[in-house]
Design a protein around this ligand. Sequence first.
Ligand SMILES: Cc1ncc(C[n+]2csc(CCOP(=O)(O)OP(=O)(O)O)c2C)c(N)n1
Length: 571
Amino acid sequence: MDQKMTTGGEKLIQCLEREGVEYIFGLSGGAALPMFDALADSKIELVLVRHEQGATHMADGYARSTGKPGVVLVTSGPGATNTVTGLLTALMDSAPMIVISGQTISPMLGKDAFQEADVTGITYPVVKHSYLVKEAAEIPRIVREAFHVATTGRPGPVLIDVPKDIGQGPCDAPFTDELDLPGYSIPARGDTDAIAEMARHLSASKKPLLYVGHGAVIAGAGKAITSLAEKLRAPVVNTLLGKGAVDETHPLHLGMLGMHGTAYANKAVADCDLIMAIGARWDDRITGKLEEFCPDAVKLHIDIDPAEFDKIVKPDVSVLGDARLVVEDLIPLVEMADTQTWLAQCERWRKQYPLKYPKKGGLRAQHVLDRLNHISGGDAIITTDVGQHQMWAAQFCLTRNGRQWISSGGAGTMGFGWPAAIGAKFANPDQKVWAVVGDGGFQMTLCELATAQIHKIAAKCLVVNNNYLGMIRQWQELFYENRLSGADLVGNPDFVKLAEAYDVKAFRIKRAGDVDRILQEAHDYEDGPCVVVAEVVKEDNVFPMIPAGAAVKDMIIEPPKEKLEKPTGST
Ligand SMILES: Cc1ncc(C[n+]2csc(CCOP(=O)(O)OP(=O)(O)O)c2C)c(N)n1
């Protein structure tokens, strides 16, 4: 090959540079070497992770905190299959991501070559789109299309699988902005007649409720929704991932709804006469028993993905479009609704059923998170893992702005929180970034302490250590007669020593009286990553709780005295 000829790998990296990529999160291997080689001369910074799953969650944290796609580079076979969990996580939560995987050389495809896996096949159900590069000449068009698909409409992950011979061979194809995507259209402004019909319903409602999801965060619809809520004088609730779209400290905000939402939000959902979903998908953690989910309310639905209409709930009126633009179009059409009695009722529920937790009997996770909320002042980016700590963080850490709350919602991926925080801190070096993780999930990706340490990434990791797979223990206590099976994390390491072994600054909190001082010290520490281990009460449960598949009337607000039925809904 001509010495000066650009390789496929070099062309691909140049295309990424052209897309404005700053970081690539990845781990190398034979089939990916042409791309890694090209990175040596690139201005893109390579972040070498310790496990490919970590790379995907870092890319996800980068993406969710900025709206720009996170980019991952891995090798073939096991390198690529290690990204499946991250792809699922990104797909379920509509996060833009580009995963580039090396592949065995084209002539060996399908012949069980070393480290070969049918990656486009394996990942097919967990990507928005995928490409197997067949000729080097396709590289510029494929990269352009991949970024377009990942970021437009409903965002999602896109995979590009690159056989090594193509990565290594010559590529003289010019850069292009051409897109060849027949059938791919991006809705923008909604249908004006349907918007007018929505406005009529909203203006006529006596008990309206705005139910805000992640789509509203992605669309940047928060300001418009706040104006709409204020004009209508309608209360607002958000999903786990809708946190921050509307400032959770706004007087019209009733907090999170659903399985572990506030009792007052759920009471409002059960009693409203109109519910408008904005970029939310009526997830089973929200609706519980569908037949009893506000059966008499008018249901309005705004979404950018037509597949969401009628998937779970049949809306009375739906508008396909960008949430911000649709809500902006709605505002001038609605009239102030007569909601005084309704708002007064919501306020009574808020006073009657506040979030609370015992103040005595050891260090409480809720107390730690309540104080984290105070110390971070609602300005930090908070990522979480999955489990009890996630729900307590959602309840107590009130989010003021979109893209400040990053949690695995749809997939519920343990191991997400810490690498997502690293990715978010790469993207937002001037912002405080806290990961809230459980002792179970932290151990799934804690090897990324090394990645954060090498890059001096000052993300903070709060390990809520209850020495249990807490959420599992909670379900077994409540619904399986406390027959604990596979819930005890006996064998946990000393997380402070472990962090120190990675040369990472670590703190331990044992007493409630130390919480503020230690959290503040960690909050102010910006020389690199740090870990705060909170040794919390072992057996504490998250309330309120609506058992899976149950209805708001079955909501458990306080520890139950009687035996509970096993939930019938999705785990
Ligand atoms: C990868 C993965 N495996 C299993 C589960 C099921 N799961 C949900 S919550 C949970 C327990 C989490 O325990 P921990 O991380 O210690 O957090 P805690 O609930 O104690 O706060 C488990 C096992 C999951 N969500 N993800």
